[in-house]
Design a protein around this ligand. Structure first.
Ligand code: A3P
Length: 371
């Protein structure tokens, strides 16, 4: 047996017509090469898709990360596979600022010959930061006639010089009859924005909540990003004593709603605004979203049956979101635990805000009932 093999080997080496020159053998070699290429391709594809599946299972797509009114796309996660670090780019729609035309509903429309196009927004959620702007957007975009940019575009405050063409490009594709919406909470407090929006014209929704809770929420967010941040009480008052409120500190300044609103009213009539109560958005989201749909002239499609109260989160969540049919709460940066603040500091801040709140109620004609 051994000999036979040796002989064959010799024959292969010495033969004037080497074995690979025969047509049959050449064909076998070609088939083998094709098989190897095919199997290695299939193996790699399976590997990549199983990584993606594993990622989707282990870490559901986080809600867009929000900073001081900013949203950034999620960093690609890293995984260790066979000893090497692999950066996996998320393939899940909605994690980018641009809404994708490859959403199933768009693919369906395209097969029907309907081509969605990007439009400038008809409606803006302009603030106020930390009052539930993300909840409002996520809830209202459940409506089939509402399409919204997935993240905060910051056109009117940061990217205005890029022009309307740039802005339109960041809007989701829509078909006739659909409303295009965008939310950037810093619009409400940025001086130049009302005039700039006026040039473009749209209507506005502005969720507002008790300015003291809002300031604490704002502080909680900032403190979560910066280690060793001073205590709330030290920052909210001049020299850290509970006497004089530091009106220059952004979390305090933003809560003087009447002042910011007055600036907007120089350019728009009150009828173009809808004031959404941040508190009611938590207590009774269906009722508040009902008002939003009425304001936008939409049929009330989003109702109680879309919400459930998630006891672990302590907030209302959606039974399904725009892009997935499974229950969906806002990400972990929404609905955070707040630090305990000295009762005296809270009382002093409430006293400070009271006249501004009264003014705000007078202008809007709504008593929000903040303590
Ligand atoms: P906290 O995280 O401080 O509790 P915004 O989206 O404008 O940044 O507002 C964030 C706030 O929205 C949260 O502040 C939370 O109080 C409020 N909120 C309203 N509805 C919510 C919901 N369904 N889930 C989570 N947070 C919600």
């Amino acid at each position: 047996m051994l000999k036979k093999v040796q002989w064959k080997k010799e024959e292969m080496l010495l033969s004037p017509n080497p074995w690979w020159t025969s047509t049959v053998n050449r064909t076998i070699i070609c088939i083998l090469i094709v098989c190897i290429v095919y199997f290695s391709y299939t193996f790699n594809t399976c590997l990549v898709s199983s990584i993606n599946r594993a990622l989707r299972r282990e870490s559901p797509p986080p809600a867009p990360k929000e900073t001081d009114g900013t949203t950034s796309t999620t960093e690609a996660p890293e995984m260790r596979i066979l000893g090497s670090i692999v950066r996996v780019v998320p393939l899940i729609p909605g994690s980018e600022c641009n809404e994708s035309e490859s959403f199933p509903k768009y693919r369906f429309l395209q097969t029907q010959g309907i081509i969605p196009t990007r439009q400038l927004p008809d409606t803006l959620i302009i603030g106020v930061k930390k009052s539930g702007t993300r909840a409002l957007l996520e809830f209202v975009r459940l409506h089939p006639d509402v399409r919204a940019a997935g993240c905060e575009v910051h056109f009117f405050d940061r990217h205005y010089n890029k022009g309307l063409h740039w802005y339109r490009h960041h809007m989701p594709p829509t078909i006739e009859g659909q409303i295009t919406m965008e939310k950037t909470p810093s619009y409400f407090i940025t001086k130049e924005v009302p005039q700039r929006v006026h040039h473009m014209k749209s209507q506005h929704e502005t969720p507002h909540c008790d300015p003291v809770t809002r300031a604490i929420s704002d502080y909680t967010q900032a403190a979560s990003k910066k280690k060793g941040m001073k205590r709330f009480e030290e920052l909210a008052f001049v020299n850290g004593s509970l006497g004089v409120v530091d009106t220059k500190w952004a979390p305090v300044k933003i809560g003087v709603y009447s002042k910011h609103l007055e600036r907007w009213l120089q350019y728009f009539p009150l009828s173009q605004f809808l004031f959404v109560s941040g508190e009611r958005l938590i207590e009774d989201p269906a009722a508040e979203i009902g008002r939003v749909q009425d304001f936008l002239g939409l049929k009330r499609v989003v109702t109680e049956k879309h919400f459930y109260f998630n006891a672990t989160k302590g907030f209302p969540c959606l039974l399904k979101s725009e892009s997935s049919s499974s229950p969906h709460c806002l990400g972990k940066t929404k609905g955070r635990n707040h630090p305990v603040i000295e009762p005296n500091a809270i009382a002093r801040l409430r006293e400070f805000y009271r006249p501004f709140n009264v003014k705000f109620y007078q202008i809007t004609g709504i008593n929000f009932g903040w303590p």
